[in-house]
Design a protein around this ligand. Structure first.
Ligand code: ZN
Length: 161
């Protein structure tokens, strides 16, 4: 059981977060996880201080969906996407797509393939369009080291479809 988990959210979501934390091989001594309210339908994000923010509405979409979102955001946090990527990557050049891909692949490595597939179902089209745009603009990293990863990612997301 991981100690000092700072969770300022209500019970059902909190229980799911603890369930996810117990299944990932990451020691988190202190972690800020907060419920956040967004004007749009954002499921969650990692802020500039690397806190995980979750929308409690994810609970309405089922346990697997919610766990997929939680583990995805924890992967972002583990990869320091909150404060690293926003500062050093230009979203127009694919920072966003690459971060989403890396977070999902890490979450799958942690054993949450099913949950990721469920949580990401409605985002595949958006990601594909994003990558198509990057390819059209001849984005170099995409054509080299990211290409294989990208194929792996979409294969996981579209498995069984
Ligand atoms: Zn993400």
């Amino acid at each position: 059981m991981k100690q000092n988990i700072k969770i300022e959210i209500e019970r059902p979501l909190k229980e799911l977060i603890i369930e996810v934390l117990q299944r990932i091989p990451v020691k988190l001594l202190s972690i800020g996880i907060y419920e956040a309210k967004w004007s749009d339908d954002a499921d969650g994000e990692v802020d500039e201080e690397n806190n995980v923010l979750l929308n409690s509405k994810i609970l309405n979409k089922g346990k697997n969906y919610a766990m997929g979102v939680i583990v995805h955001e924890l992967a972002h946090r583990h990869l320091k996407h909150g404060y690293l990527s926003r500062n050093f990557k230009n979203k127009n050049r694919g920072g966003n797509e690459f971060d989403e891909m890396d977070a999902d692949l890490l979450a799958c490595d942690w054993g949450f393939k099913k949950e990721i597939r469920i949580a990401r179902k409605n985002y595949i089209k958006i990601f594909k369009e994003g990558f198509e745009k990057l390819e059209k603009n001849n984005h170099l990293p995409l054509k080299t080291k990211y290409k294989k990863k990208q194929e792996k990612w979409f294969n996981i997301l579209e498995e069984g479809r």
